[in-house]
Design a protein around this ligand. Structure first.
Ligand SMILES: Nc1ncnc2c1ncn2[C@@H]1O[C@H](COP(=O)(O)OP(=O)(O)OP(=O)(O)O)[C@@H](O)[C@H]1O
Ligand SMILES: [Mg+2]
Length: 251
């Protein structure tokens, strides 16, 4: 029997809010066990794609397939039960919930050691953090790391990580990178990022421009194109025309 290599696929996924196209005709193909980076300038549509994948927003049209099955009509909870998870761009915040309890919810084993290991994996000393609260008494970077630890424990089929690196200091970045690699040992990762360092651990990258996929391919190649050749969209006087030109050039 033919087994697809794809874990998550979108087919012509489109989101319009009122008359505004937030993104259109997104055809993403995420392979099993891989890290797929999603990059692009502020406001190009990355977080909106993540929200629609997780079910927080309904697409205007298009399909989302998880292991070949449509999940587009499923609720957030049903998608989570099928193994999809999303770490928001904004750091998590749960008033009154301790780090220990938050991580206990997500772990799949009853082993307390695994919680400690997950915290250490993201570079947080467990003795210092287990009794702290997942609220704004933890810094944004700390909450980002706690959330990543929870995803490591959760072992999702697909983890969508929306700028999990934002606010994490440069020493912590290596720990975050290692943890993302560990998550990808059990599943796949859609990694939304602005950092080149994160592209280095990706197997593939997709560049979004004005809500369209501009290119998908080898991360370093995509990054180089984004940095040095992707200049058409900067034409603020006529962004749509510039995008059309760019899409034609790169087709
Ligand atoms: N509810 C909404 N109504 C109108 N416009 C919206 C709405 N939600 C998002 N947008 C717009 O959609 C575009 C894409 O936003 P999105 O948050 O997906 O960008 P992004 O690529 O994640 O950017 P960043 O890198 O800054 O996080 C932006 O121009 C944003 O203002
Ligand atoms: Mg965003």
């Amino acid at each position: 029997m033919f087994m697809s290599k794809l874990i998550l696929e979108t087919v012509n996924l489109t989101l319009k809010i009122e008359d505004k196209i937030i993104f259109q005709n997104i055809n993403l193909k995420i392979e099993k066990g891989t890290i797929h980076a999603l990059i692009g300038v502020n406001g190009c549509g990355k977080s909106s794609i993540a929200s629609v994948l997780m079910g927080l927003k309904k697409p205007s049209s298009g399909e989302i397939l998880l292991e070949g099955e449509s999940i587009v009509d499923l609720s957030i909870t049903e998608r989570a039960q099928k193994g999809l998870t999303l770490a928001w761009q904004e750091p998590v915040r749960f008033e009154g919930l301790s780090v220990k309890d938050y991580l206990s919810i997500s772990r799949k084993t009853k082993n307390e050691k695994s919680i400690k290991d997950a915290l250490e994996s993201v570079g947080l000393i467990s003795e210092k953090y287990l009794e702290r609260f997942v609220d704004d008494t933890l810094s944004g970077g700390e909450r980002k790391r706690v959330e990543l630890a929870s995803i490591l424990l959760m072992k999702p089929k697909v983890a969508i990580l929306d700028e999990i690196d934002s606010g994490v200091d440069f020493i912590g970045i290596d720990k975050v990178l290692d943890t993302i690699r560990k998550i990808a040992q059990n599943g796949s990762v859609l990694l939304i990022t602005h950092q080149d360092e994160f592209l280095k651990i990706a197997d593939k990258a997709t560049l979004i421009c004005n809500g369209n996929i501009l290119r998908t391919g080898e991360p370093q190649e995509i990054s180089k194109f984004y940095r040095y050749e992707c200049t058409y969209c900067v034409d603020e006087n006529n962004p749509d025309l510039a995008l059309e030109e760019l899409l034609n050039v790169n087709r």
